[in-house]
Ligand binder design. Structure first.
Ligand code: 6CS
Ligand code: FE
Length: 300
């Protein structure tokens, strides 16, 4: 398959125009978002929906994530990723299969219909994770496009995936909220540097390869600025797979635990990774274990 988004090769940094639409099939495949909101998503590359889950629903999910992060069996699994230089957990991958309540989350029509509408097809989960940022200790995530990594390291062919972050705590100005660059989804930033073997073992703790250069970051944030998402628990952020985002360390006393799920179109299944190396493990990028999602009944 031809690689239209060459990155991490023997080249300088570059901005490459996006080839694919942001919203597929005219947004008519499902009706998760109103036309206004869909347009906002298309323009900015993200949208924040408030009160998607009520306090009871959120506390069930929050407690499940907290219990998982204390569970010695989970902590011993390859899905548990630690912070640098210690035992503290940074992320737990594949939470939509390891958890009980979290297993139902991707099939909740409040999320699933938004993903199906944006991607204009049936969808499956490419990756899920809980990102754990305890007060005073949670570390940062540097600027990146998820698609850059998924394309190069996982062989995701096209920009036809959407991430969804479910806020389990209050995300405020002090506890390291997600920050996004509006409009950055419209160009691919080709990154400098070569991918080392088993890069994910390092990059999931601190990403250094596949991060945009400062000049591109400045260019893209010059007009539109940077938007921090300050929102209450139960809010959901949908963002395009190529929208540049980051988050700062949590120096506040308040935890910031969010669940993050990536919906990919069934028309955009993984091929061989574009850097020619071995694929990353299944719990980081679903390749064989792919299940088309059908909605579950939930009270609304
Ligand atoms: O490598 C990955 O797939 C992950 N890394 C980051 C920093 N964000 C997206 C994704 O979860
Ligand atoms: Fe990311």
């Amino acid at each position: 398959m031809r690689d239209f988004y060459v990155s991490r090769r023997d080249r300088a940094a570059a901005l490459i125009a996006r080839r694919e639409p942001v919203v597929y099939e005219g947004g008519e495949y499902a009706d998760g978002l109103s036309p206004d909101r869909l347009q906002q998503y298309e323009q900015n590359g993200f949208i924040v929906l408030e009160n998607v889950f009520d306090a009871d629903e959120v506390s069930i999910l929050r407690e499940e994530v907290e219990a998982m992060s204390r569970d010695p069996d989970i902590r011993a699994r390859p899905e548990a990723v630690r912070e640098r230089g210690g035992e503290a957990l940074r992320s737990i991958f594949r939470v939509h299969e390891l958890g009980k309540h979290l297993a139902e989350l991707p099939r909740n029509p409040r999320l699933l219909d938004v993903a199906r509408q944006i991607l204009g097809s049936e969808v499956y989960i490419h990756q899920s994770r809980a990102n754990i940022k305890p007060g005073f200790r949670g570390k940062e995530f540097y600027w990146h496009s998820d698609f850059e990594t998924w394309h190069v390291e996982d062989g995701m062919p096209a920009m036809r995936a959407v991430s969804c972050s479910v806020l389990l705590n209050d995300n405020n100005t002090c506890n390291g909220p997600l920050m996004l660059i509006p409009g950055s989804h419209r160009q691919f930033v080709a990154c400098v540097g070569e991918t080392p073997e088993d890069n994910y073992l390092k990059s999931l703790r601190k990403q250094e390869i596949g991060v945009p250069d400062e000049c591109s970051l400045r260019l893209l944030s010059e007009d539109a600025g940077v938007t921090p998402v300050i929102a209450s628990p139960g809010s959901v952020i949908f963002f395009d797979c190529n929208t540049l985002h980051s988050s700062a360390a949590n120096l506040s006393p308040w935890p910031r635990n969010n669940v993050f799920m990536v919906y990919n179109s069934v028309q955009n299944m993984l091929v061989e990774p574009f850097h020619g190396m071995a694929p990353r493990p299944e719990h980081i990028a679903a390749r064989e274990h792919v299940q088309t999602l059908s909605p579950i009944a939930v009270h609304s």
